[in-house]
Ligand binder design. Structure first.
Ligand code: EPU
Length: 339
């Protein structure tokens, strides 16, 4: 099987072997056996954050297909919801809104699996999973043991965690979220979302309305998977938003978005820099181009190769660095290839 069949970019050559893990015990077993054989291992769930080389993967691919949601809810402490790694994330958000579990409604429409969310501390429209994760259970491939990490031990930062910083070590098995109960969302923290809901920043809105508004915003940016729309044949944002020191931020061009962070650093917008450096939406001529709906998504228009996509990524990274002195860093995981 080609990895192209397992990734939202629809890129990547063949794998030596593809195995399915439908239960947690199977997942641990297959990882342990692969490790004992010293065979390279690639875990794939939603495939929405992976860029795989055209040559493919010379090792074992394990598809994480575990399912299950358990709930422990009471009126005082809210709902503790424990979700198997393979559960598709948007199904979880949809259920949360239906059940009146609050805290993930702004994370609607994000592709991929629940087990992937703590790895890069998935975030959008003012929420990050680190705000609601209580703990993460993972298989530690180094110690060959199952461990539970309290949220405080997960090392969450913007788009990162201890799991991302030590990439080959942990296999997420399940994630527990502590969610408030109610029909109103958490306070709205993203200006664009507040505008589309017609509320002020910091106010709440019905969680169902927040979900709908986020889905609409994401669709307009080509960030909701749609087989028929090549703008969504992507890995979402290809670069993280640069986090700069205050003095680096002082040399940003006029008008560049600047978001002061609690630690004194300043986050700016990769999309804005890309756009102003001469790479507007739709940029590119071959089979790999920027999305026509968002400058931060690199897309496969059909028939692209990973090589073409990476050539575009390098052109953009180098162009932004030459124009603004900021080096963009890729967000998706690169397998068997580099920028
Ligand atoms: N912009 C442009 N040109 C474009 C698109 C955007 O100049 O083509 C500028 C606009 O000024 C806009 C700013 O970029 O105000 C920011 O754009 P947007 O609100 O779409 O957010 P983003 O910073 O590009 C981040 C996340 C997204 C998340 C959105 C909403 C990262 C790397 N990306 O994008 O997450 O959905 O905010 O919260 O942090 C992902 O990680 O894959 C992802 C899609």
């Amino acid at each position: 099987m080609d990895l192209a069949d397992l990734t939202t970019l629809r890129l990547g050559g063949p794998a030596k072997a593809v195995l399915d893990a439908t239960t947690e015990a199977e997942l641990i077993d297959v990882v342990r056996i692969t490790d004992e054989a010293a065979d390279p291992l690639l875990l794939v769930a939603g495939g929405s954050n992976l860029v795989v080389a055209d040559e493919g993967f010379n090792g074992t691919v394990v598809r994480v297909l575990t399912r299950g949601i358990t709930v422990d809810a009471d009126a005082c402490s809210g709902a503790m919801v424990t979700i198997a790694a393979g559960e598709p994330w948007d199904g979880v958000v949809s259920r949360a809104v239906d059940e009146g579990w609050v805290g993930v409604e702004a994370l609607s429409g994000i592709p991929g699996s629940t087990g992937a969310t703590p790895i890069q501390n998935v975030g959008a429209y003012g929420q990050e999973v680190s705000q609601t994760i209580a703990s993460v259970r993972a298989y530690d491939r180094f110690d060959r043991a199952v461990r539970t990490f309290a949220a405080a031990d997960c090392g969450f930062t913007y788009r990162s965690s201890r799991f991302k910083r030590e990439p080959q070590r942990h296999v997420v098995l399940s994630v527990s979220f502590q969610l408030a109960l109610g029909d109103l969302s958490e306070p709205i923290a993203y200006a664009e979302l507040a505008r589309s809901l017609g509320v002020e920043i910091g106010r709440r809105a019905p969680a169902r309305d927040v979900r709908e508004a986020v889905l609409e915003l994401r669709r307009a940016k080509g960030m909701v998977l749609d087989e028929a729309d090549h703008d969504t044949w992507s890995a979402g944002s290809f670069f993280t938003n640069p986090v700069l020191t205050a003095s680096e931020a002082a040399s940003l061009p006029d008008g560049a978005p600047q978001f002061a962070q609690p630690d004194g650093t300043v986050k700016t917008s990769a999309a804005w820099l890309i756009d102003r450096a001469g790479f507007a939406k739709g940029y590119g001529t071959g089979n790999a181009t920027l999305s026509t709906k968002h400058a931060l998504a690199l897309t496969n228009r059909g028939g692209a190769t990973t090589q073409e996509l990476l050539a575009l990524a390098r052109e953009i990274r180098d162009g932004v660095r030459d124009t603004y002195g900021v080096t963009l860093v890729n967000e998706p995981v690169l397998v068997g290839c580099e920028l």
